[in-house]
Design a binder for this molecule. Structure first.
Ligand code: SAT
Ligand code: MN
Length: 581
């Protein structure tokens, strides 16, 4: 036995003893194993089979009604020194956190199976990929990890060869919100999660590993782990340019990653390729460009709002081999959610007969889990071990007012300032109030595994390494008029904005300079084939009064991060304030 395998086995034995698991199963990721996992869950009613004619191999999981989203207030980064976790994280002393978790895990798997889930984040043969092992008592987690990561024997073989991996221990416990913690120990590359079976709380490869732990590792190793989709834009000449875009959870990353070009664009030959919809690892290449891989192998997307109109690519992949969580079902046992179609569902997400008085039929954070390869716009480049070269980085938020449809940063430093201070209205992806504006730097507020100010410095350092850095932009699809209606049509029409962004990267479009950044000239965004003309003047206007207030708020926000904030960002902010007047 290799020394890695023996230390892995030792750790597994230790956890099995401590949790008193009935048995230990090492997962190989095979179809047969998956089928037996599904059969177990069907028998225990953790899964319900959906209509086999319309949705073969599709299942519904109903989570506990108090376990439906990430729990940011119960998520901790446990560094030795509290200052290293930063004001952006909840912190607990590592010894105290371990003691607390040891108590919770003690005997928690009596009568349960402990699954050993080896996984690889990123293409299995890429030097940019990283490895992990999740120990879990949830077959639902195993089935999801199989779709979301490269899971099983190939990952284990690579772990044996390399010796390094992130250790994750997870138990659904009793799903008691008062006994629920998601703990990260970046210094020992360890994750412990107890008391939730939901999404980012339980699928440890996703936010826990690929963002919180990876962002910490990335700083030490000279790369970036980001909450970004990766999309390829192919023009009629067949040239593909890649864009990485950060948006907070439930702000349309999946839709943007899979967008279908408007009809006139399709006819002209434009195509869009999906490399990733949520997480992106960015590495400086030898040629001075930035290269991106998607560490994930599947999508854990928000179901409500997904329809033939908003995201036909997503809809097309969801009629086979998909796990749905907390959606409603129709009387012929098809999955259903608000925005899908005009049908009335029979049963709501809690399995009750549908009654509109109980609220939406599908939970607002209900999800689908599906392999990336099922997506009609799936890009083969998602398997490229080198990653794809990034031309543009986009930061997006959901804001009814102020920030324009698109704004170009004047240089890398300005782009980092824009990313560091972006704000967005909160969504149902996390528990807590929805629709409240909060600063969400680089859309990483819940996901950065260390002090934000150090993270911004790290972004600046990465910029220094790049001789051909991507251009940085800010977008806002969510501007509303006085009646509260969206001004910009969004969805497929967002390609019109991406077209301008890509043209800027190639020096093929002009821009209008403002104190807060560059915006398209009038006519710079093609809209003449749209049935209804959006009010471009409002969408692209820079309101000095509003920005004066915004810049003050930004100054206050940065001051929360104390003297670790890079001086160059504060200087740039002062200069912008001066020029706005
Ligand atoms: O629950 S997840 O973190 O996996 C999804 C999200 O909030 O983006
Ligand atoms: Mn996300």
């Amino acid at each position: 036995m290799s020394s890695t395998l023996s230390s892995l086995t030792q750790w597994v034995d230790q956890v099995a003893q401590h949790t008193k698991a009935d048995q230990v199963v090492w997962c190989d990721g095979s179809d047969a194993e998956n089928q037996s996992m599904i059969d177990t869950m069907l028998a225990s009613e953790a899964l319900v089979a959906l209509n086999p004619d319309t949705h073969p191999d599709c299942y519904l999981h109903r989570s506990d009604p108090n376990d439906v989203a990430r729990v940011e207030h119960l998520t901790f980064v446990c560094t030795k020194d509290q200052a290293d976790a930063g004001p952006n994280n909840h912190w607990m002393d590592p010894d105290k956190a371990h003691a607390l978790m040891d108590e919770l895990f003690s005997g928690c798997m009596v009568g349960r199976t402990l699954y050993v889930v080896p996984y690889c984040m990123g293409p299995i043969d890429s030097p940019l990929s990283r490895l992990g092992v999740e120990l879990t008592d949830s077959p639902y987690v195993v089935a999801n990890m199989r779709l979301m990561t490269r899971m099983g024997k190939d990952a284990l073989a690579r772990i044996e060869k390399e010796g390094h991996f992130v250790k994750g221990v997870h138990s659904t416990g009793e799903l008691d919100p008062d006994r629920r913690y998601i703990m990260h120990f970046p210094e020992s590359l360890t994750i412990m999660s107890f008391g939730s079976g939901y999404g980012g709380n339980a699928l440890l490869g996703k936010k826990c590993h690929a963002l919180r732990i990876a962002s910490y590792q990335a700083r030490n190793e000279g790369w970036l782990a980001e909450h970004m989709l990766i999309v390829g834009i192919e023009n009629p000449q067949g040239e593909v340019r890649y864009v990485a875009a950060a948006f907070p959870s439930a702000c349309g990353k999946t839709n943007l990653a899979m967008l279908i070009p408007p009809e006139a664009y399709r006819e002209a030959g434009w195509k869009v390729w999906t490399v990733g919809d949520d997480i992106c690892w960015l590495h400086p290449g030898e040629d001075g460009r930035l290269y991106a891989i998607n560490p994930e192998a599947g999508f854990f997307g928000v179901a409500p709002g997904t329809s033939a109109g908003t995201n036909p690519n997503a809809l097309a992949m969801l009629d086979k081999e998909t796990i749905f969580t907390n959606v409603a079902v129709t009387d012929d046992n098809q999955p259903w959610w608000e925005g899908l179609n005009e049908q009335t569902p029979a049963t709501d997400w809690q399995g009750r007969a549908f009654d509109p008085n109980n609220g939406p039929a599908a939970h607002p954070n209900s999800r689908f889990t599906v392999s990336m390869k099922r997506c009609p716009s799936y890009s083969e480049e998602a398997e490229n071990p080198r990653g794809v070269p990034i031309d543009a980085i986009v930061f997006g938020g959901r804001r009814a007012h102020l920030t324009p449809l698109v704004l170009e940063a004047k240089d890398w430093t300005h782009g980092v300032l824009i990313g560091a201070t972006m704000a967005s209205e909160t969504t149902a992806a996390a528990t807590g109030a929805v629709g409240v504006i909060r600063r969400d730097p680089m859309a990483m507020k819940p996901f950065c595994g260390y002090h934000f100010a150090d993270y911004w410095q790290h972004w600046l350092n990465i910029g220094d390494k790049l001789s051909q850095p991507p251009k940085i932009f800010q977008v806002n699809w969510f501007r509303r008029d006085d009646e509260g209606r969206f001004i910009w049509p969004g969805f497929g029409d967002n390609l019109r904005v991406l077209e301008w962004i890509v043209a800027r990267c190639k020096d093929e479009a002009s821009a209008h300079d403002t104190p807060v950044g560059r915006v398209p000239e009038s006519g710079g965004i093609v809209i003449d084939d749209l049935a209804e003309m959006p009010d471009m003047e409002t969408l692209l206007a820079i309101d000095p009064d509003g920005w004066r207030e915004e810049l003050m708020a930004i100054e206050g926000f940065l001051s929360e991060y104390g003297d670790r904030v890079p001086k160059i960002l504060l200087d740039r902010l002062s200069a912008i304030k001066k020029s706005v007047g």
